[in-house]
Design a protein around this ligand. Sequence first.
Ligand code: SAH
Ligand code: AVI
Length: 334
Amino acid sequence: MALAADLATIEAFADDVLDGLSASQKTLPSKYLYDAEGSRLFDRITELDAYYPTRREREILERQSAAIAGASTADTVVELGSGTSDKTRLLLDAFTRTGQLRRFVPFDVSEGILRWAASTISHRYPGVAVHGVVGDFDHHLGHIPSEGRRMIALLGGTIGNYEPGDRAVLLADLSATMNQGDSLLLGTDLVKDPDRLVAAYDDSHGVTAAFDLNVLRVLARELGAELDLDGWRHQACWDDQEQWIEMRLVAQGAQRIVIADLDLARDFADGEHIRTEVCAKFRRPEVEAELDAAGLDLDHWWTDDAGDFALSLAHKREGQGPVTKPAAPSFRYR
Ligand code: SAH
Ligand code: AVI
């Protein structure tokens, strides 16, 4: 299916759009930013000077991948939201050096980039079985192969693209799919000077703006939305209370979005916005507490020298049965 999020059905996409554009604060789930063009633009973002998280996480992986391989003792690396799996090669190199790696399972909603990454990695690591899964964290974690001793990696700070309630659900779902002996490697961006954060999410080259605005093309192409592509502007704001960057599309003059098939027509006043992504930033006690609530115990916490980004390794608590999932959250603004 030529959908933005390749695996998601048109119906699920339509439901999400109806839901998000019907609330008083309009939102769109950030997973729809990643069609083929969105994935390409995200890759360009990771190369920007202003966008430090990728470089900082890479620095940690360069130093700690051997320790991660040793501590996890995993023979299977599952990577959620794998994208290009570029940094992941540092992990795979360390896991193959010890001879422990049998399988790599990249999992992503964006099919094109996933196929490219899976094929690149299977050529580079001929002795490793590569099993790509096209899926959505919110619906398809059950599609992850359960064989082997697995380390599940969620890198890049992608966990921060979930609001706290949704994050608790995702961590509980992950914990529920883990067996005793499996581990979770989690990348989290850390709280820092808001000016640096805003610069990282509103770069002077306009790449992040193009990434954000691209979701309007996705709406037009996939759902036949009628809208003015030039009538919106990208904005990144730091929310000190929520401790997250909010990416927004702000209406330039009065705007209207009509999706005839969904019977949807929304008017936006000049300056009104649609929230397209939250990018939450963390401190260690919060990460530890959120893992704990999901039945996961933190074993290791590594940061880069500047203290910008953290990688944590956690295991499923001994005797931990199914984790009680928090009630599915509703949008805060509703
Ligand atoms: N892990 C990579 C890529 C991060 S970009 C890195 O650290 O650089 C976020 C990735 O997660 C994208 O490839 C996107 O397609 C994927 N993604 C976003 N929401 C998703 C969801 N709900 N289910 C599965 N994949 C998702
Ligand atoms: C994928 N995710 C971790 C990125 C982030 O930093 O929150 C997405 C992104 N949005 C704009 N720039 C990068």
